[in-house]
Design a protein around this ligand. Structure first.
Ligand code: NAP
Length: 259
């Protein structure tokens, strides 16, 4: 029980990676706030699963692309839990499309949800954490925060920005006993990613480029999330941990395979 007595907010905890992190942290003894934007039923299902394990679970609606709702979310969490040990800044979206076809609206949606959302949720949480004497912030980045990929330029830019938020906040908040680190998953099969691999040929090509020859599962992110939330990572400052099945460390894979 690495997270016993901790109160944790997981933004975008209703589905996918956030859901797995929320449940994984509850298994380690934490009480969990789950935020969602549209899918209340999904959030309630996660909350029920957590309650069945004996932990407290509360769902909170908020659109993190709006600063007022980031603040509203953090305020609501404090009303329900009275302290926030960990913020998992996970909510995010990706809009696929050619760079030359990308619209201002798509760009704004991605940047406002991912980059602005994590920035202002962290800001609202940090103000409270300073008052309570410390805390932990975990920012959801991506492999695409450090490597490029076609057809999702704004998404990649948002995740690169999140890596800089992680480093900058880690330095700025270290003196307040607030630990800030990040998570950088590779290809994790969730609703958001499923449309990418619906086509069998595309799926095969993706798998050829993953040294472990399988896509990640949301549960593959949980161990690192629990580690960053627990005291085991107390000497980690501004680091982003990547779990990508080996994609990042390779080059010229097809040439190697043909040898
Ligand atoms: P997902 O299954 O689509 O879930 C997205 C979550 O974010 C949902 O809970 C959704 O709430 C919430 N959300 C979306 N827009 C929001 C908004 N404007 N305000 C508040 N909440 C919002 O996505 P996922 O694949 O688990 O991704 C979760 C995070 O991991 C994202 O930051 C993503 O960039 C990152 N990531 C994913 C992958 C991957 O391969 N899947 C890889 C690297 C990084 P509702 O349920 O209410 O819609």
């Amino acid at each position: 029980m690495k997270l016993e007595n901790k109160s944790i907010l997981v933004t975008g905890g209703s589905r996918g990676i956030g859901r797995a992190i929320a449940i994984g942290m509850a298994k380690e003894g934490a009480d969990i706030g789950i935020s969602y934007v549209n899918k209340k039923e999904k959030a309630l299902e996660v909350a029920q699963e957590i309650k069945n394990m004996g932990s407290k679970a509360v769902v909170i609606q908020a659109d993190v692309s709006k600063v007022s709702e980031c603040y509203g979310l953090i305020d609501e969490f404090f009303k329900k839990f009275s302290k926030m040990d960990v913020l998992v800044n996970n909510a995010g979206i990706c809009i696929l499309g050619k760079f030359t076809n990308s619209t201002e609206q798509d760009y704004d949606r991605v940047m406002n949800t991912n980059l602005k959302g994590e920035f202002f949720c962290a800001q609202a949480a940090a103000k409270k954490m300073i008052k309570q004497g410390g805390g932990t912030i975990i920012n959801m980045s991506s492999l695409n925060g450090i490597v490029g990929e076609p057809d999702q330029c704004a998404y990649n830019a948002s995740k690169g920005g999140i890596n800089m938020i992680t480093k900058s906040l880690a330095l700025e908040l270290a003196g307040y006993n607030i630990k800030v680190n990040g998570l950088g998953p590779g290809f994790i099969v969730t609703e958001a990613a499923e449309e990418d691999v619906a086509d069998a040929e595309v799926r095969r090509e993706y798998l050829q480029n993953i040294p472990l020859h399988r896509f990640g599962k949301p549960e593959d992110v949980v161990g690192a999330a629990v580690f960053l939330a627990s005291s085991d990572s107390d000497y980690f400052v501004g680091q982003t941990l990547y779990m990508d099945g080996g994609i990042m460390i390779q080059q010229f894979r097809e040439m190697r395979d043909k040898r």
